[in-house]
Design a protein around this ligand. Structure first.
Ligand SMILES: C[S@@+](CC[C@H](N)C(=O)[O-])C[C@H]1O[C@@H](n2cnc3c(N)ncnc32)[C@H](O)[C@@H]1O
Length: 209
């Protein structure tokens, strides 16, 4: 049980051997929901994208395949996630379309007003103060920029509660709580999409007006 808890805790800030393993497991496990969410993204082609909490970089690469003229900055506060994302996206980085940096969402050291799209796949559970972090995202978006949040839960199911009990510092949110935090941070035109799978997958899209 102790090893299981240790392994599950690698979802929060992956490091070392277990973190490396967890990054591969998460990337596989989250692939379907990430692709579902990206398929719903129906916005003008973004020039600059920021991928927040990029994990092993799978979704960063996918976004650049969907948006073939875009540039993407991938950030994560785990040095291991940064290293894995760089390794996975060597070609995009060499082509000048992707940069990867170690950075905490609660203090985004990125150019204010630069990005057309910010994405957060399966990561907001670990952000320290949702309203503050959303305000940071708002700050780096352009006016009319979009923020997409993706979670494999609606915050109500038993599975996510099971994970929450095992993972230190994990928080879960309902779509309504996310909407409230987004509005507090200055976002509007908030839409919520759900898909009932094993859990109720959730995608929230918000706009900076
Ligand atoms: C559960 S993993 C999800 C990874 C990937 N997005 C995916 O869907 O597979 C959460 C990721 O968010 C990162 N993360 C958590 N809190 C963060 C924060 N405050 N700032 C930057 N990255 C963070 C973790 O290091 C980890 O790589």
């Amino acid at each position: 049980m102790a090893l299981l808890k240790k392994f599950l805790n690698q979802t929060r800030k992956p490091e070392g051997f277990l973190g490396n393993l967890m990054l591969s497991v998460m990337s596989l496990g989250h692939a379907k929901i990430a692709d579902w969410a990206m398929s719903l993204l129906n916005i003008p082609e973004p020039e600059y994208i920021v991928e927040l909490g990029c994990g092993n970089g799978r979704d960063a690469g996918k976004l650049l395949k969907k948006y073939t003229f875009s540039y993407l900055t991938a950030i994560d506060y785990s040095p291991l996630s940064v290293e894995k994302t760089k390794k996975k996206n060597k070609k995009m980085i060499a082509a000048g379309r992707m940069t990867v940096q170690e950075c905490d969402v609660s203090n985004l050291k990125l150019e204010p007003g630069k990005f057309d799209l910010a994405t957060a796949f399966e990561t907001i559970y670990f952000w320290p103060d949702l309203k503050k972090c959303f305000a940071e995202v708002h700050k780096v978006l352009k006016t009319s920029g979009h923020f997409m949040i993706v979670m494999e839960t609606d915050g109500r199911d038993k599975t996510i509660q099971w994970f929450k009990e095992k993972i230190d510092g994990m928080n879960t949110y309902t779509p309504e709580e996310i909407k409230e935090a987004l509005e507090y941070a200055g976002f509007s035109e908030i839409t919520i999409h759900n898909k009932l799978r094993f859990n109720n997958w959730t995608m929230v899209l918000a706009k900076k007006i």
